[in-house]
Design a protein around this ligand. Structure first.
Ligand SMILES: Cc1cc2nc3c(=O)[nH]c(=O)nc-3n(C[C@H](O)[C@H](O)[C@H](O)COP(=O)(O)O)c2cc1C
Length: 404
């Protein structure tokens, strides 16, 4: 089994003792921890304590180590999934922000490519000093992540901001960053999810059974793979996947507007929403009374968002969904051609235990050349991983084509 590794950078802050708890919490999650300390930190706590907790020799100054040790540290830099600095002093934040690499920790920061998470700890005045705030902003602009310090009693006797965040909170944020592999880093993905509502009057509407679970699972997985994700969602009760930019809509027209607004910004569009095909041509502006019910109400078609996107898609990757009750594959193939899609994900809307509202799905992935891939029934999370693997294959193919 591949064991994930974290390098924990420990600086000379009064909250240094909390770093032991951080090590323990990672270990509870089966994550291997290697500790690096600044020289000043070793004046507050012995490196031996961390070596004993981690089972790995704590690194302070590899220039004094044996050659074999130095090699180990170089290879570690290539293998790690996260570099966490907790507690981070004002000093180390200043060094990172300004490219100073005069000790092992600051040199290590310059040499790695994995996500970096910093948990500052310092007194109120140091934290709010313009220089510190500037350095933090600079690092945020470089893509470094922060766990904000908390307000409370500080070691200097003051009450204020600057206390190291709780170890649980730091580790939770660390695990979240580690869970994202970076295969979609640099890509922007837009996912639509959920049903739409087409109002008959202010309190009644035409909708469908979509729960939004499939689209939300895809958005979550795209986030984990490092993409920037816009999630344009119809009404659902689901928790928004952490890190996605959510845009809530109700009607098909609102969904069309929000998708088109962002279309130029994205590389991949996955239209998993169950957009209503019809709407009332003249919705009433006030609640229709039982006594005054109209004999009939006419419905008209809503805008065909997918078709519009297909017409202007250029080099983007466009994926559609088709929930059919019969002739699933043939209908999906027709839709691919009509709407200029790269893939269509078809499922049988009438099959019990999958599709709408369920946590499970079973889909057929259909390519423009007629090739089909059928999945077995599995969770929507698992299906979302299969779909994103297929999308990544298409990204790879398009990249190769544009090079040759
Ligand atoms: C007991 C003690 C506690 C300290 N606590 C903090 C702190 O919480 N945050 C901070 O930024 N500096 C703190 N300092 C000051 C730093 O240790 C000092 O700026 C040092 O140069 C930072 O070195 P380092 O970043 O290499 O560990 C503390 C100093 C002492 C002696």
């Amino acid at each position: 089994m591949h064991v994930k590794k974290v390098v924990l950078g420990v600086c000379s802050s009064i909250s240094i003792y909390k770093a032991c708890e951080i090590v323990r919490l990672f270990q509870k999650n089966s994550i291997q921890v290697q500790v690096i300390m600044t020289k000043n930190a070793t004046k507050l706590i012995s490196p031996l304590l961390f070596s004993s907790l981690t089972g790995r020799k704590t690194v302070v100054d590899p220039f004094q180590g044996e050659f074999q040790e130095r090699i180990e540290h170089v290879s570690l830099a290539k293998e790690i999934s996260l570099f966490l600095v907790a507690p981070a002093t004002a000093n180390i934040i200043g060094k990172f922000a300004n490219g100073i690499a005069d000790d092992f920790m600051s040199t290590f920061y310059m040499a790695i490519e994995c996500p970096v998470l910093i948990a500052p700890a310092m007194n109120d005045a140091m934290f709010w000093h313009k220089q510190t705030q500037n350095n933090i902003q600079k690092l945020k602009d470089f893509g470094v992540n922060f766990v904000d310090p908390e307000k409370g009693y500080l070691a200097c006797g003051d009450e204020g901001w600057g206390r190291l965040a709780a170890p649980e909170k730091i580790v939770e944020q660390g695990l979240f960053l580690m869970s994202k592999s970076l295969s979609l880093k640099g890509k922007t993905v837009l996912v639509t999810a959920g049903p739409t509502r087409e109002y008959m009057d202010p309190v009644r509407f035409l909708s469908n059974l979509s729960s939004g679970k499939m689209g939300y699972a895809i958005a979550d997985e795209a986030m984990r793979r490092g993409a920037k994700v816009y999630l344009v969602s119809g009404p659902t009760h689901l928790t928004v996947p952490k890190g996605t930019e959510i845009i809530k809509v109700e009607t098909a027209e609102e969904m069309e507007k929000e998708v088109l607004k962002r279309f130029d910004l994205v590389d991949i569009v996955v239209m998993a929403a169950a957009v209503s095909d019809f709407k009332f041509s003249k919705p009433a502006s006030k609640k229709i009374k039982k006594s005054g019910a109209p004999k009939s109400m006419s419905i008209i078609q809503t805008p065909d968002v997918l078709k519009k996107l297909g017409e202007r898609k250029g080099k983007k990757i466009l994926i559609g969904f088709a929930a059919e009750t019969d002739n699933v594959v043939q209908n999906a193939l027709d839709k691919i051609k009509q709407k200029n899609l790269d893939l269509i994900i078809a499922n049988e809307a009438s099959k019990a235990g999958i599709g709408f509202e369920s946590d499970f799905n079973q889909v057929t992935i259909i390519y423009p050349d007629g090739k089909t891939v059928c999945t077995k029934k599995q969770t929507k999370d698992a299906i979302s991983r299969i779909i994103l693997d297929k999308i990544e294959e298409i990204v790879g193919q398009k990249n190769r084509k544009s090079i040759t």
